[in-house]
Design a protein around this ligand. Sequence first.
Ligand code: XMP
Length: 317
Amino acid sequence: TWTPAAFVETTVDSLKEQIGDGKVVLGLSGGVDSTVAAILLNKAIGKNLYCIFVNNGLLRKDEFDSVLHQYKDMGLNVKGVNASERFLNALKGESDPERKRKAIGNAFIEVFDDEAHQLTGVDWLGQGTIYPDVIESVSVNGPSVTIKSHHNVGGLPDFMKLKIVEPLRMLFKDEVRRVGKEMGIDAELLGRHPFPGPGLAIRILGDITAEKVRILQEVDAIFINGLKKWDLYDKVWQAGAILLPVNSVGVMGDERTYEKVVALRAVESTDGMTADWVNLPYEFLQEVSNHIINRVKGVNRVVYDISSKPPATIEWE
Ligand code: XMP
């Protein structure tokens, strides 16, 4: 029978054999899969694993710093690369969802390739690919670091010519979590909601600006922290906030204001292919809505998305 302990033992042995004295470069996303893959590789080859964690400026509030610290605490050989400006520039004026995704994918590849070039003697590209990624073309795991060749025009970047090592490619998500737990990875990290690779860019409908990112980070943080405080976070499969491209009228004193509207979305699901909206308590929604409107300048209205998938998707674009 399959056990996490046996999986770790045999995988570490076979990684040692496969890689030997070789060097591996791996992109961390902050998510469960890339983290578990990195810890397995770290056990097998130690400092010959070079991890790269890119800040695309579209992560949750404070996430880059806190996750980078967590990685260092886990003993990973990780370099944090702050490329926010580069991604924002690549997204400038772009409001088509698929073109936004493409701009982000291309920027990621450029940044990763630049970083990989600074390492010498690397032979392998490590990836956190899991079984559903292997069998489906669409992954639900936010694999900003699962590089797909269709991102490219005009030839492969050099790192894509590396040999690929994917220690999780036979595992399902729950098995990945069990393997992570077996290796002592923090329960909070293992229980994190899925987060899309393009991050907040696909939750800001329309074009992206630094100011919109800041507003959405604040709103999202209030919502997610609220879910944790009310002990609802683990009952939800995925949650987040969406910044809508409309202004709505509000009133402040004698004045009318025209400010942003945000939608909150929380779903139950097993794999993201179908999903139901979560019946969150009215008292919770009331508290979160008050906090958002009182604390986030530029937002005067909060709505809750009560659509299920299908036909509504989880993300709004
Ligand atoms: P939808 O919106 O299609 O989302 O119901 C299903 C799951 O996929 C995630 N998602 C993405 N993940 N890149 C990703 O890495 C993307 O472009 C992307 N679009 C959606 C979404 O967050 C949900 O978990």
